[in-house]
Design a protein around this ligand. Structure first.
Ligand SMILES: Cc1ncc(COP(=O)(O)O)c(C=O)c1O
Length: 432
């Protein structure tokens, strides 16, 4: 008789996990305030809720200045603009990340240079950066991915040595601390996303933080249709766009920022319990802990699945079996961006790829980053952060489901199921 739910057995987890996003009376009150204020947009600039949130958000991350924008992708684009990225400049990016880390580089007609990830953290491997530096390199764009930090000590040293700027992509790192310094406050600028899956969300939104007033002013002009910044000490006049955050969105961010420390504590405790439960599980590995991460900001819990130690059953079947047991998770969550179907680079759209060359750079074919490919296509399993916002019982259910699937893994051999077929597809190519 089948034991696994995917092959007809009883589902292990019957009830849903904590929902995300969470809405409380505080969000309702803030939304009501905007509704009756007659100031719904981000104009006059910046809106009351947006400015209050940005100030506190910067403080929480030990930065001087903060500015809300309308998405995380725009936050990266505005940060690149602030540091003066010009057409043809090269920007070093990790290969394993969301496409939105890389798109803004191309949009400014600059050239992304992919560097592989460190298998211990799944973040940009600082040891490989110097090999990728050329006279055209202007910036490094590390991503604090999943539940770890890119090695900011090494990255800042390399940046200082080669006179490069650093933009931290902190889309996964709200509230995170590296040696007591907030995510996004160590590089020249930090870029955050408030898209609906993130640790703080307003559906769609983003923010930039920095310690440099000139950068803040450039960001403000760029996202406010080129208007003078609020302080205008540097008198930059640039072509800008309307990338402002509306007040309804800004209003729901404040209460979440207040709740973040308590939630971070619950997640951290639950994740520690989960790691304890997984110790010694065959076929399961963990990312390496790093004592320099002084406050964990886990966008998701990321583990490693080693199919060789699990009777050669591929990750797609393992993940699909977990999903059918009632545990939301994903394997092919990210791909090396250069292989992603969301990265159809046409050199005609990005002229810098052809400058000084007979043939344009073919970003889709010129890279092979083995660690990124291993994480993307074989190893990584991502569990959304809200699974760790409930009690220990929730965490035990996830661990029990993993144990159950591993104990009955033979049932997955040769099995055909839509959930398994879906897991072989990129997220963008799945039906739901
Ligand atoms: C690592 C990373 N960078 C950038 C982004 C872009 O953020 P947004 O979706 O808000 O544009 C995201 C989020 O989706 C992300 O996960």
């Amino acid at each position: 008789m089948s034991k696994l739910a995917i092959s007809g057995g009883e589902r292990l987890r019957q009830s849903p996990f904590t929902e995300w996003p969470l809405a409380t009376d505080d969000e309702k009150a803030a939304l009501g305030d905007v509704l009756t204020s007659s100031k719904w947009g981000g104009q006059p600039f910046p809106g009351k809720h947006a400015v209050a949130f940005a100030k506190k958000f910067a403080e929480v991350h030990t930065a001087k200045f903060g500015q809300c924008v309308n998405t995380g992708t725009v936050a990266i684009q505005a940060a690149l603009k602030a540091i003066g990225i010009q057409p043809g400049d090269e920007v070093i990016v990790p290969a394993y990340t969301w496409e939105g880390t890389v798109g803004p580089v191309l949009l400014l007609n600059a050239v992304p240079v992919f560097v592989d990830i460190d298998p211990d953290t799944y973040c940009l491997d600082a040891k490989l950066i110097e090999k990728a530096i050329t006279p055209k390199t202007k910036a490094i764009l590390p991503v604090h991915l999943g539940m770890r930090f890119a090695d900011m000590d090494q990255i800042l040293d390399i940046a200082a040595k080669h006179k490069l700027k650093v933009i931290e992509d902190c889309a996964h790192a709200h509230g995170g601390m590296w040696k007591g310094k907030g995510a996004g406050s160590m590089g020249d600028l930090g870029a955050f996303s408030f898209q609906s899956s993130k640790l703080i969300t307003c559906g769609e939104g983003g923010a930039v933080i920095t310690n440099n007033l000139e950068y803040l002013e450039k960001v403000q002009s760029y996202i406010n249709a080129g208007r003078a910044s609020v302080t205008d000490q540097f008198h930059h006049r640039i072509i800008g766009f309307n990338y402002r955050l509306g007040e309804f969105q800004a209003a729901v961010l404040g209460p979440q920022l207040d709740r973040l420390p308590a939630q971070a504590k619950v997640r951290e405790e639950n994740m520690a319990h989960f790691e304890g439960r997984l110790e010694g599980a065959p076929g399961i590995g963990l990312l390496k802990p790093d004592p320099r991460i002084t406050r964990l900001a886990p966008y998701g819990f990321v583990l490693k699945y080693f199919s060789k130690q699990a009777k050669d059953i591929a990750r797609a079947a393992f993940v699909a079996a977990l999903q059918l047991e009632g545990v939301p998770c994903d394997g092919l969550f990210y791909e090396p961006v250069y292989k992603s179907s969301l990265f159809p680079v046409d050199p005609a759209d990005f002229p810098a790829l052809s400058w000084g060359r007979e043939q344009p750079l073919d970003l889709r074919k010129m890279y092979s980053c083995p660690e990124s490919e291993r994480a993307a296509y074989q190893e990584a399993v991502w569990f959304p952060h809200q699974l760790f916002l409930g009690g220990k019982k929730d965490v035990d259910a996830i661990a029990d489901a993993i144990e159950k699937v591993l104990a009955n893994i033979e049932e997955l051999r040769g099995l055909d199921h839509k959930a398994i077929r879906d897991q072989r597809l990129s997220r963008a190519d799945r039906e739901s």
